[in-house]
Each structure stands twice: as C-alpha cells, then as structure tokens.
Design a protein around this ligand. Structure first.
Ligand code: KG4
Ligand code: ZN
Length: 342
C-alpha cells in the first residue's frame, strides 16, 4: 500500500508528514506563530518566508523519524487551498519539486479535508457515512460525509460570519490574552464559571448554520461595561460555554436529522478541552459515536495532508497536474483539488 509525503503550509505552521497504509510514520512541524504575536494575527509574507526556511529541514526530519528515504515515497500530497496565497505557494512549489525529482504523482488536497482525515490516523477508516464538524480559525461547517476520497462533500451548514476559532482569537484580544486566542481562552476558562454570564446562543434550533458575530459584540459590550472589575476567567469560561453549547447541539441535531451515528469533530478548535468534554457528553446521551483526533492532530499539521493523499491513492483518484495552482478560497466540495477527471 501507498507511502505518502504530505506538505501543509496554508497558514503559519509548516507541516510535513509521512503516512504508510493510513499510519503516521514520520512528522515534523515548525511554526512562525511567535513572529506574528506582536501583530495580533498572521502576517502572510512573514509566514511565507518562514515556510521557505523550514520546509526542507522539516522534510528531512520527517524522513529521519520514519526511517525511510525518498525512494520509498509513492506520492506527494500538498495543501493547495484554502489559505494564504503566498504561504500556499511555498508548499506547492516544494511539493512539485519533490514530485518531479522523485518521479511520483502529485495530489492537491483541500486543507479542510485534511483536518477530517487527521482523525483516521488515530481512529482508523471513517464509516461509510458520518457528520463532520469542522471548527478552525477560518471555517466553521457541518458536513455530511460519505467516502472522503470518492464522494462529494455535502455542506449541511456554515458560519454566516466569524469562524469559531476567529471568535476565540478576537475575544482573547478583547480580554488582553495572548495570540492565538483559542488556547489562551481554554486556559483562562479553567478558573472561571461557565454559568457566570449568559451570553447569547445564536441560531440555536434553526438549521445547521452558525453565527458568532453577535456573541462577539455581546462579550465586547460586557467587557466595556465591567471595566476594571472584570473577571477574565468568568468571561472566558462563559464565552467558551456559549460557543461550545451551540457547536455541540447543532452537531448532534445534524447527526439525528440525517440518521448518522458517527460525529467527527476536527480543526484547531477541536483541541478545546470544554468542546471535547461537552461533545462526549451529548454524543453519549444521543447514542452517537464521537471521534476527535488528539489535540496535536487537531491544529494544522502535515500528517493530515499525507492522510488524504493516502486515501486518494487507495481510491485510484487521478493525481493533479504539475500545473496545480494555489486556490486561496477553494470551496470544500471534494478532498482533492485540480484532480484530472473532476
Ligand atoms: O485548524 P487551525 O490550526 O488553523 C486553521 O486552519 O485555521 O485552527 C486554528 C484556530 C485558531 O483560531 C486557534 O485560536 C484555535 O484554532 N484553537 C483553539 C484551541 N487551540 C487552537 N480554540 C479553542 N481552544 C483551543 N484549545
Ligand atoms: Zn487548519
């Protein structure tokens, strides 16, 4: 079966992974996160430059860990979208060079399909049907999945404004916590009361779409009103609770509505402790099997892209051409991008 090298450079993490028969055998990750802290968000040109510096060392490190050499690679997979254009282009250029030099096929992969596939590295193949809740810095979607490599991906709902991770990042900034905001709020919330403030739960019980901008404004108003007397842990815990409540209720409702018994929760926000806890409680009560990758596979990494590559090779999906272009706003309709035949 196939050994696939995966490259991920869509944002500020340079990720390389090597997957053999659906098993992760080598991985390396470099992050330029610290270079972006003083700007409060990722600066694309800084991220792209950092990818350029980190890529080859990461590929070498992944090979070292896997204990194999380039001749044992059957295919190269790379995130070709969505993401920051210059950052994506760096990874694409590297992936094309490796594919060409090694004489191996190249697979352009949708970043969000990568997040879903990350779970297969931990929990094995997905069942024939599942619902995926993708919660990342740029996206929040509920998807109906069949075979990830072969079938079109059906959007049950998406966010109408901010992504869940974006809301975490913005609220963290309002609270004076460090970037990225998700882990900072997760941490601060441990000492807070999730019931302290009843922040709004937008669009609850109304379809599968999400909206987090009203919640963001409500938190901002609360912070402005309470000023110096503010309890950061209470606000963090109450905000987090509102997000987690909406995400988990809607995800469970989507499974029940579509008669699906498996929920996969993926993306950076899936690393959140409270989300993992409440999702487990609610899935347990509804008789739904919950799959969430371990936290290090929730945030961006190269292994998840290699995992998609492995699925595409196994499903005999035609590879992408070497003319594959970065698609910064690629819609999620299939796991593979620019694959001949689609
Ligand atoms: O999937 P990801 O690594 O990158 C994107 O594709 O966007 O997600 C990054 C997002 C950021 O918004 C970050 O704040 C959030 O995931 N995040 C978390 C946690 N860890 C990362 N959000 C809540 N709790 C966490 N523990
Ligand atoms: Zn991501």
């Amino acid at each position: 079966m196939a050994v696939v090298l995966g490259i991920e450079t869509s944002c500020d993490e340079t990720g390389v992974g090597i997957v053999a028969d659906g098993r992760l055998i080598g991985a390396a990750l470099a992050s330029s996160m610290e270079e972006h802290v003083r700007f409060g968000g990722v600066v694309p040109e800084i991220a792209a430059r950092a990818h350029l510096e980190s890529l080859v060392p990461c590929v070498k490190a992944a090979f070292r860990q896997a204990g194999i050499g380039p001749s044992e690679i059957d295919a190269v997979a790379v995130t070709s979208g969505p993401g920051l254009a210059t950052a994506l282009q760096t990874g694409l250029a590297a992936a094309k060079a490796y594919a060409l030099a090694w004489g191996r096929p190249l697979y352009g992969v949708h970043h969000l399909a990568g997040h879903v596939a990350a779970d297969t590295l931990e929990h094995g193949p997905l069942p024939p049907r599942s619902v995926a809740l993708i919660v990342s810095g740029g996206h929040t979607s509920l998807l109906l999945l069949g075979d990830l490599a072969r079938d079109p991906i059906v959007h049950l709902g998406d966010t109408r404004d901010d992504a869940a991770g974006e809301a975490f990042d913005k609220i963290a900034r309002i609270l004076g916590l460090t970037y990225p905001g998700g882990p900072a709020i997760d941490h601060a919330a441990r000492d807070g009361d999730p019931g302290a403030i009843g922040f709004p739960r937008a669009m609850l019980g109304v379809g599968c779409d999400f909206s987090f901008s009203g919640l963001k404004s409500a938190v901002a108003r609360h912070v402005e009103r309470d000023g110096p007397g503010l309890s950061v842990p209470d606000v963090a815990a109450s905000f987090q609770e509102a997000v987690v409540d909406v995400l988990t209720r809607k995800a469970v409702d989507a499974c029940l509505a579509h008669d699906v018994d498996t929920l996969v929760v993926v993306g950076g926000v899936a690393a959140n402790r409270r989300l993992r806890q409440v999702a487990a409680e609610r899935c347990g009560a509804a008789g739904i099997t919950l799959r969430i990758p371990p936290p290090h596979l929730c945030t961006d990494n190269g292994a998840m892209i290699a995992a998609v590559g492995g699925l595409l090779v196994a499903a005999d999906i035609p590879p992408s051409s070497l003319g594959l272009a970065a698609d910064p706003s690629a819609p999620l309709t299939r796991a593979s991008l620019d694959s001949a035949g689609f």
